[in-house]
Write a new protein. Structure first.
Length: 468
């Protein structure tokens, strides 16, 4: 059986959903979403949603220990895991399917793979069927964890086990020092694991400004996490790895060999990055490789978005790109003018550690490498009343990177309580190309954390603060 649609989207995660929506809305076009697991994708059930559902109560409870006027409160582990279960709809995607149908998007369950130009074969619970697209096929298959060789045979935890935690290991070793590692170390230690982080690099969150890694390592250590930097794992053994299910301890004790001795634990969480899921989507049937996808060498009818495209693996970024690509597909299919594309929109990111990290645009090093003549301004977040009122003992730093000649903001980074809510101002300033002398007239309310912008702008050389 072959059904025809204008647009076929392989992968029903947040990015695929947006691609299907924007490729069809306001038109007579029809799209179908193909999903092999749960509509809503990694983000909804195993990544963004459960991790943030776990982290918020932990952050609030931590604040009560540092906020005169309230009784200190503790995390209630069972209630916390129940909150997580509610936010992942108990791993039931009925709501997402309803959304698709209400939006006019058809859904097909099963694994989708290309079998020819504009032709997708879906193998699912109801057998095999083919979907032919009149205009476009979109690959939105997300990403899968990259597991280094020493850990493959010991059934380690991946991020799904950490976000879906059911059984809390007494001792947990975390391999990696990136975003998943830092966030998971935060919630796993808060619910009772003694966490050791083995980080091969010299700092945590190495893609961000160096002060970020130092400040987050300090905060994790203050919470009892054993953060071991410059420590490479060379091997891992577990005598009886078992398939106990997601979020349960996968067998007996694990020993991780490092260049600085062995570490024994009850579970090991491998958080060493992810790679685009392109290995089983039938690229070879249309004479393409994964590199063709990652380097954008695709025929006009084929598109890749989200984690699968190799772009920044962030939900909001993938969804943004899906909105752009979806609108382009709709325009090309209907003969409407192609929508304008902004090539240099900056990528924001928030790491929901305690304190949070928020960043957008270039780091100081990236801006220098790109040839900019820079001015860098930084300020302690605790220096403004609005932040200091949030809790006692506020820690964190804010920093902006400015091009001296154009006076434009190139990047901004914040560490501090709830700074995830501060970064959008920087995103707007970069996207809107607002020079810093104009930004000085954007007045933050008193007393809010946003007043750190005043400090950052005051720290700039006087000549940059006046009109040219
Ligand atoms: C622990 C963790 C926490 C995270 N937290 C955040 C966060 O707070 N904020 C943020 O912005 N990002 C976060 N991310 C990243 C975010 O999860 C991803 O960037 C996002 O899920 C990408 O969306 P996507 O739609 O491209 O892929 P996915 O969400 O992975 O969805 C892809 C879908 O495609 C399906 N699929 C794959 N292959 C096929 C096939 N051949 N046929 C049919 N279906 C297929 C999959 O089953 C899946 O449902 C986090 C990631 C992790 C691991
Ligand atoms: N709050 C958020 O927005 C959020 C939260 C979680 C994840 N994410 C996204 O998910 C992506 C994946 O996260 P991640 O933490 O898995 O990846 P990452 O790229 O952020 O970090 C990977 C870490 O593993 C280390 N590493 C890589 N290979 C290794 C090896 N062989 N041995 C030891 N260490 C090794 C790296 O040095 C790094 O510290 C991130 O890039 C991020 O965009 C976002």
């Amino acid at each position: 059986m072959t059904d025809e649609y204008d647009v076929v989207v392989i992968g029903g995660g947040p990015v695929g959903e947006n691609a299907a929506q924007y490729a069809t809305e306001g038109t007579d076009l029809g799209a179908v979403l193909v999903e092999g697991e749960l509509f809503g994708g990694e983000c909804s059930y195993w990544a963004c949603m459960p991790s943030k559902a776990l982290l918020r109560p932990i952050s609030v409870a931590g604040t009560t220990h540092d906020l005169p006027g309230v009784h200190p409160t503790e995390v209630d582990r069972d209630a916390l895991l129940a909150r997580r279960d509610a936010w992942v709809s108990s791993y039931d995607d009925a709501g997402q399917v309803r959304w698709a149908h209400d939006t006019g998007i058809a859904t097909v369950r099963g694994h989708g793979r290309l079998v020819g130009d504009r032709l997708v074969e879906v193998t699912g619970p109801e057998g095999t069927r083919r979907l032919r697209s009149r205009h476009a096929v979109v690959i939105a298959t997300g990403s899968a964890p990259a597991v280094p060789a020493p850990f493959v045979d010991v059934r380690p935890w991946g991020s799904r086990d950490a976000t879906g935690v059911v059984e809390v290991p007494d001792r947990l070793v975390v391999i990696g020092g990136g975003v998943v590692a830092c966030e998971a170390a935060t919630w796993m230690s808060a619910i009772g694991s003694q966490v050791t982080m083995l980080v091969r690099g010299e700092r945590l969150l190495s893609g961000l400004e160096p002060f970020v890694g130092r400040e987050i390592a300090d905060s994790l250590r203050a919470k009892g996490v054993d953060v071991r930097l410059s420590t490479s794992s060379t091997g891992c053994t577990r005598p009886d790895p078992q398939d106990t299910g997601v979020g349960r301890v996968h067998g007996g004790p694990v020993t991780v060999e490092t260049d600085d001795g062995a570490v024994e634990a009850d579970e090991v969480l491998v958080a060493t990055g992810r790679r685009p899921r392109l290995d089983d989507v039938g690229l070879e049937t249309v004479d393409l490789t994964a590199d063709d996808v990652l380097e954008g060498r695709l025929p006009g009818w084929l598109h890749a978005v989200g984690d699968a495209s190799g772009d920044a693996p962030l939900t909001h970024w993938g969804k943004y790109r899906a909105r752009v690509v979806g609108a382009q597909i709709a325009a090309s299919a209907t003969g409407a003018p192609a929508p304008a594309v902004v090539e240099d929109a900056p990528v924001p990111q928030v790491v929901f550690t305690d304190p949070q990290v928020a960043s957008v645009g270039m780091t100081e090093e990236e801006a220098r490498d790109a040839g900019h003549d820079l001015v860098v301004s930084s300020a302690p977040v605790s220096g403004v009343a609005g932040a200091a009122l949030l809790r006692d003992h506020v820690s964190g730093t804010a920093q902006i990177v400015v091009d001296r000649r154009t006076r434009l903001l190139l990047g901004a980074t914040f560490v501090g309580p709830d700074v995830g809510e501060l970064v959008h101002a920087a995103t707007v300033a970069i996207t809107g190309r607002v020079p810093v002398h104009v930004l000085r007239h954007a007045v933050p309310s008193y007393p809010t954390s946003a007043e750190v912008w005043l400090r950052l702008l005051e720290e700039l050389p006087v000549e940059l603060r006046r009109p040219a």
